[in-house]
Design a protein around this ligand. Structure first.
Ligand code: FES
Length: 103
């Protein structure tokens, strides 16, 4: 579906996206690395549980929230890839938010 327009191997980093090792270029957004790897689902909707994905790709809509290195609510379209980064599809619902807060 998505592919990189650059085909050289300079400045490559490797990150883990939902258990899949993904190669990306330094400076590339997490979202674009996910898309090229075929992992377009960024989060589950909090109430319906429906799969969501990036929409604006410029930091406005917040549809691209993912968990990066254990930190939830990171915008995949704005964060840049880093070597060894671990990205997970975010699955926060009303129930899990209450659990995380210790309520
Ligand atoms: S895709 Fe809209 S904020 Fe990231």
């Amino acid at each position: 579906m998505f592919r990189s327009l650059q085909d050289d191997d300079r400045d490559l980093v490797t990150l883990n996206v939902n258990g899949q090792m993904v190669t990306a270029r330094k400076g590339q957004s997490v979202w674009s690395a996910m898309a090229v790897a075929g992992q377009v689902e960024t989060r589950k909707a909090a109430l319906s549980g429906e799969a969501r994905s990036a929409y604006c790709a410029m930091g406005v809509c917040f549809e691209c929230m993912v968990n990066i290195d254990g930190l939830p609510n990171q915008q995949a379209c704005l964060r840049r890839v880093a070597d060894g980064m671990k990205v997970l599809t975010q699955d926060i619902s009303e129930d899990t938010e209450a659990d995380d807060a210790g309520l």
